[in-house]
Design a binder for this molecule. Structure first.
Ligand code: AMP
Length: 113
C-alpha cells in the first residue's frame, strides 16, 4: 500500500466506496462521477501507478482483472460496454493507481474525446 494513494486507501477499506466486487487481488467500485449509466472501476489491490508500470513481474493481476470484468459484466447483464485506462495527464489520468473504467448503458462515440 502506497501512502497518500486514494485507490490504495479505497482498496484497504480506509475510505468508503460503493463496492461492486472484491477478491484477494482486486477491488471494483462505482465511480463517484459516473460518465455512463453504469460506470465502475476495477483496480489491483497492489499499488501499480498505471499501465506504464506493468511488466512481467506484475502482469498476472491484469489478466485476472479482465477475467473479473468479463464475469461482473455478465452478472450485471451488460452486453455492450467499454473498458478504458488513461495513462498520463494528456490522456486524462487523475488518479495514479492503475484502474480500468467499465462504462455501459449509453451510445458511445469513436474516437473517444
Ligand atoms: P482517471 O481520471 O482515468 O484517473 O479516473 C479516475 C476516476 O476516479 C475518475 O473517473 C473519478 O471520478 C474517480 N474517482 C475519484 N475519486 C473517487 C472516489 N473516492 N470514489 C470513486 N471514484 C472516484
Amino acid at each position: 500500500m502506497k501512502n497518500d494513494c486514494l485507490f490504495c486507501a479505497i482498496a484497504a477499506g480506509e475510505i468508503p466506496s460503493n463496492k461492486v466486487y472484491e477478491d484477494d487481488l482486486c477491488y471494483a467500485f462505482y465511480d463517484i462521477a459516473p460518465q455512463a449509466p453504469t460506470h465502475f472501476l476495477v483496480i489491483p489491490k497492489e499499488h501499480i501507478g498505471s499501465v506504464a508500470e506493468i511488466g512481467a513481474e506484475n502482469s498476472a493481476v491484469v489478466a485476472h482483472i479482465f477475467e473479473v470484468i468479463a464475469k461482473l459484466t455478465k452478472e450485471l447483464g451488460l452486453e455492450s460496454y467499454r473498458v478504458v485506462s488513461n495513462i498520463g495527464e494528456q490522456a486524462g489520468q487523475s488518479v495514479h493507481h492503475l484502474h480500468f473504467h467499465v462504462l455501459s448503458g449509453r451510445d458511445m462515440t469513436w474516437p473517444p474525446g
